[in-house]
Design a protein around this ligand. Structure first.
Ligand code: MN
Ligand code: MN
Length: 299
């Protein structure tokens, strides 16, 4: 990888890690998720990076793709298991990292299981490692600790303005001939739930995050407002929260864009058995000594 590009991955990763730690610090029972989202996204910009995706604040059985709406009144409760997934970029080169925070003692081991699985997987992020070995160690670590990995959520490669480049990195063992390459940027993200869980997520009908896939002219004023935000994203996702419209008008605009296949929507993902899910994620540049770009002293 070109040194200039590598430096951008490193800068984006450093900021993503710092912002993730900040998100964790301010996420407390009684706090509005809208306030967390706004503070976190402002900090990414203040630190000199861009937002790769709206912060995902996914609570309890919600695994991913939830975030605050403009008028979101949801408040964190001390019973919650809160996943905070932060993405930054510098000129399209991404840092992607997530942690989970909870306050009840019964949730701490679940969180630790995903952290431990991530640590074990990172040790294998060396050139020539078969991808199946990474998936297998994630599954084994989580299972040995008495929990269940989420089988249909995966880590992934990263590319310029591409959040989900090849390869896909499953959280359960699988057979492949794919091996990691020197300096390849990847994100590893074990998700786990408790034994009563299905170990699977399903798509819900709720959608908070969208992405422009197929730009076309539209007439509807609300649809145009949404496209205006979408076009500034270079193909990266954005939340409805950023669109200065609301209510019926927003819904009509959105429907037109979905009907015309202009936008892609990310459904909110939920555990099939509604059990709580934890997630831990870091961005890594593969090497003899793997470089965790999103690492801080805290995580
Ligand atoms: Mn992520
Ligand atoms: Mn990711």
């Amino acid at each position: 990888m070109d040194q200039e590009i590598k430096d951008k991955y490193i800068r984006a990763g450093k900021i993503a890690g710092e912002v993730r730690d900040y998100a964790k610090k301010i996420t407390k029972p009684g706090k509005k998720i809208l306030d967390i989202a706004e503070a976190v996204e402002a900090l990414i910009k203040a630190k000199g990076a861009e937002i790769a995706f709206p912060i995902n604040i996914s609570i309890n059985d919600i695994a991913a793709h939830d975030t605050a709406d403009r008028d979101d009144e949801r408040i964190i409760s001390e019973n919650d298991v809160v996943k905070l997934d932060v993405g930054t970029h510098i000129d399209g080169y991404i840092g992607d990292t997530a942690c989970t925070v909870a306050w009840l003692p019964e949730h701490q081991e679940l969180i630790k299981a995903t952290e431990r699985a991530l640590e074990e997987a990172i040790k294998l992020c060396t050139p020539g490692t078969n991808l199946g070995d990474i998936s297998a160690i994630i599954e084994k670590t989580i299972t040995d600790l008495g929990f269940k990995p989420i089988a249909n959520l995966t880590g992934h490669g990263l590319g310029k303005y591409n959040l989900h480049a090849e390869p896909t990195i499953p959280n359960v063992g699988f057979k492949t001939s794919y091996t990691l390459q020197e300096e390849q940027p990847i994100a590893i993200e074990p998700f786990a739930t408790i034994k009563d869980g299905a170990g699977l997520i399903k798509e819900s009908t709720e959608k908070k995050i969208f992405m422009l896939i197929n730009p076309k002219p539209v007439r509807n004023q609300n649809a145009r407002q949404i496209i205006k935000i979408a076009e500034k994203r270079n193909g990266l996702p954005f939340p409805l929260r950023w669109v200065p419209a609301s209510g019926v008008g927003l819904r009509i605009g959105l429907k037109e864009l979905m009907d015309k296949n202009i936008l892609y929507d990310y459904p909110v993902l939920k555990e099939v058995n509604t059990t709580p899910i934890a997630q831990s994620e870091q961005t890594i540049i593969v090497g003899e000594k793997p470089m965790v770009t999103t690492k801080t002293d805290n995580f």
